[in-house]
Each structure stands twice: as C-alpha cells, then as structure tokens.
Write a protein that binds this ligand. Sequence first.
Ligand code: NAD
Length: 355
Amino acid sequence: ERALKNLLVTGGCGFIGANFIRLALQQNSNIRIINLDCLTYAGNPKNLEGIAEGESYRFVRGDICDAGLVNDLFQEERIDTVVHFAAESHVDRSIEGPAQFIQTNIVGTFNLLEAARKAWAQGASDHRFLHVSTDEVYGSLGETGYFTEVTPYDPRSPYSASKASSDHLASAYFHTYGLPVLITNCSNNYGPYQFPEKLIPLMINNALNGKNLPVYGDGRNVRDWLYVEDHCEAILRVLEKGVLGETYNIGGNNERQNIQIVEAVCDLVDELADPLADGRSRRELISFVKDRPGHDRRYAIDASKIRDELGWEPKVVFEEGIRRTIGWYLDNPAWVESVLNGSYREYYEKMYGGR
Ligand code: NAD
C-alpha cells in the first residue's frame, strides 16, 4: 500500500473535490494538499470553511490551463500525487456553451498531464496521477445491461465528449510515456456541498421554498446514485492500491428513475421541514418539462472490478444518504444563500424560464 504525501488536488472547491479534501485530511495525518481551483461559478471556497491553510493545506487560486503556474507548483511543492477533479461538469451548460468544456476538460487535462510528465521524468516510481471521470463517457443503456471498464466509449453530450477525450489523453500518457495514470469513471454523486443546479439539490431547494419542481421528459430516465463520501473513499482506495494504467468503474448499485428521486425528496422535505403555507404536499409542485436534447435514457455501473480487486464497496444506502443530504441542506441555509447569487439566478431564469 502506498502512503499519500504531497497531493495536488484540482477543482477542490467544487462539490466532490471539497468532500474529498475533507475526507483525505481527516484520514491522513501526514499529507499536504495543494488545492488548485480558479473558482468558476461552481467553485465555492465556503465548501472548505473550517480548513485552515498551513502545513497540511494550501489553496492556490489559478487555472489548470495555465502551464507556467502548474509547472511551478509541481516544482515548488514537490507534487507526487495528482487527483484531478477540475472540470466544467454540468451537461445543460455544455449544451448552451460547449467552448469552456473543451478548454477546461480537454486542454486543462492535457496541460496537467504535460506538467506531470516533465516534473516526473526521472525516478518517480511511486507517483500517481488519478484522473476523475464519469460513466457518461459510455453513452446510454437500454432497459438492461451495465457499463464495465471495457464498454466502448460513446459520449453523446459536449460534456461527456470532453470527458471522454480527457480520459483518452490520460490513458495515452500511460501507454506512450509511462506516466503513472489511474482513471476512475463514476456514476451520479449526491450529498453535501453540491451546487443547486444539479437534480437533487435543485429539487431540495425548490421544494423547501414551494417552487415548481421541473422534471425532464417523462421522468423515467434512470441514473445510478452514489453518496459522495463513498466516491471519495473509492478514490483514496484507488490511489493506495490501484494498478497503474487501469480504469476502475465506481457505482452505487442504486438505480432510480428521476421521478423516483424527486418524489423521495418531496416526501422527506415534507417530513423534515415546515409544511408549505398553502397546505399542499411537495409532490404537487412537480411538473414535467421538455426533455433535454440527447438525454441519455439509462446509466448503470458494474462496479465489480473495484470491489473484487481493491475491496471497495459503497457504505451508504440511498435512503440513508438522501436523508443525510436533505438534513445537511436544511442545516446550512447560509451556504445555500451564498451560492444563490446573481449569476446563478440569471442562468436559472434562462434554463427554466423563471418557473
Ligand atoms: P463541480 O462543478 O462541483 O466542481 C468543479 C470545480 O472545478 C469547481 O470548483 C471549479 O471552480 C473548478 N474548475 C473548473 N474549471 C477550472 C479550471 N480551468 N481551473 C481550475 N479549476 C477549475 O464538479 P463536481 O461535481 O465536483 O465534479 C468533479 C469531477 O468529478 C469532474 O471532473 C466531473 O467530471 C467528475 N464527476 C462528477 C460526477 C457528479 O455526479 N458530480 C460524477 C462522476 C464524475
């Protein structure tokens, strides 16, 4: 097993990155984490409130596309481990404006791989570059079947195409240059600190405030949901035990239709929060809206490789995870408020027409 030392975490102010930094610092006393994040709309320093800069943590505001900055960080901080989260991550935004997805997800990943290749040219046998990716690169499933690590890539949105491209680059750097690359492809995450444009926190916030709950199409698109902390544990496991050059699929074994997710949120918000002023149940706020173009029907992950080879399994079942998540949003109104700034609302109005 490999011990963690000097980690460069990219995108650490985002949803998964922030959860990862919290967990990694909690579980490892001798590590130093350098969090490189340029703070896009999705990056919120409040996600790391309570973590002080010092020996074990440093925040650097900067862009992964900035080659000079990234090269300097590798030297200055003697980086031996990269955990690469930074990305544009919202499919709807990639349909509205794909350019930034190409820049950050493809060019940015290339830039990090180059910096690692240069910095680790000699004597770096215990170094690791973990590229965090998504199951969306595999395309869409019908009613049956699962994505495995050998499922052919078939991305269908600008987001998933940009992630697929970055996966191929990471893999090429292993085969061509021997860079110590590991790749993880994970299903949909949910949990604390998720930006309220994604399905679950969007629905929680709207349900709390008695606003309309817009569901795409017939609501029967299926996703496999994983509690974010389980994803972060899987990443730590892959860093410690993963075989170089390998890909590991990470999933929650928890398929749900979108409408089932929204109904579960409604029922829990009814249970845990104040009732709506007009006495309606939250389920009455649900309405179906025009489907997203190219909306993949079903994603489902076969996570048997990481289970059998690295001994990782999800710990948090959905009923428990969704209860914790809603509890967290109820307990943290100040965080939600800080996120709901002007640019968020502008975007929200544009996508959902003020509903
Ligand atoms: P997020 O949008 O919440 O966070 C992304 C972070 O990256 C933000 O803090 C943002 O400021 C930062 N960032 C964006 N562009 C940058 C740039 N050019 N330079 C530096 N920082 C930049 O995303 P997330 O949901 O936490 O996802 C993290 C990673 O995990 C992504 O690579 C995503 O593709 C992958 N992933 C996400 C999910 C999911 O369900 N959320 C599932 C599987 C894989």
